[in-house]
Design a protein around this ligand. Structure first.
Ligand code: SAM
Length: 236
């Protein structure tokens, strides 16, 4: 099976059907990440089939819980996952990628250009600082994050960005539900509630993933997020 079919079949098994042009764009994204990997240290996965399953399909699963409209911010986007993958699949969305490492942000903006994507950009900031800026606070419909921090810490980084009624989609490994147990207080203190959890198996390796969907109920209290040292020292 060629790589395009491998990707499309894996996505289909995961409940996502895509046209050939989107599959080509996802493969082009992989090509860029693997090409730039040495310079920017983006991923440990260099085998293409493994990349397709563990990065592309793993990130693409987020679109099952997101409508193709509105504004989304991806925290700690790194190589562009899941933010760039969501943009390729949901092209009507307006997407902001955030990373605290400036050289990754430069790579992200170059990658956006090379993929000819519109209404998406990357900015350099720490989540817990940027969400105190009124231009960003409570202004997104969705926030996503993958492989950035434990859920109790991550909920404080992410949920101040979303409007009431907005959703935080946490893409977690197989221990996401354990992290959730330790995050109940954080979710409540940050004016949110747990909406759903989904146990997913990746289509080829069967590896388990937990997708956790948290909804914002009302505006975040002004005191959150706290400073980074405080969040790390005493997570909610
Ligand atoms: C392990 S990488 C994961 C990247 C990508 N989300 C993925 O799934 O491949 C974590 C990224 O989060 C960024 N990061 C960590 N803490 C952050 C924060 N507080 N605000 C913004 N970015 C952060 C790091 O610079 C890094 O690029």
């Amino acid at each position: 099976m060629d790589l395009r079919e491998y990707l499309k079949a894996g996505l289909k098994k995961s409940g996502i059907e895509i046209e050939d042009n989107k599959a080509e764009k996802l493969l082009k994204f992989m090509e860029i990440v693997l090409r730039e990997n040495k310079k920017f240290n983006l991923t440990a996965i260099t085998d293409e089939k493994e990349f397709i399953e563990k990065h592309i399909i793993d990130s693409a699963i987020a679109v099952k819980y997101i409508k193709n409209e509105g504004k989304l911010i991806d925290i700690g986007s790194g190589a562009g996952m899941p933010g760039i993958i969501i943009k390729i699949l949901n092209d009507d969305m307006d997407i902001l990628l955030l990373d605290s490492l400036n050289k990754r942000v430069n790579y992200l903006n170059e990658t956006i250009k090379e993929l000819e994507l519109n209404n998406i950009e990357a900015i350099h900031a720490r989540a817990e600082e940027l969400s105190h800026d009124k231009d960003y606070r409570e202004s997104f419909d969705y926030v996503t994050a993958r492989a950035v921090a434990k859920l109790n810490v991550l909920t404080e980084y992410t949920t101040p960005f979303i409007k009431s009624g907005g959703k935080f989609i946490a893409l977690k490994g197989s221990r996401g539900n354990e992290e959730l147990e330790e995050s109940k207080n954080a979710i409540g203190s940050l004016s949110c509630k747990l909406l759903d959890t989904h146990k997913i198996n990746l289509p080829y390796s069967n590896a388990e993933r937990d997708i956790i969907v948290i909804e914002k109920i009302k505006p975040t209290l002004d005191r959150y997020p706290r400073k980074q040292a405080k969040i790390k020292k005493s997570p909610l």
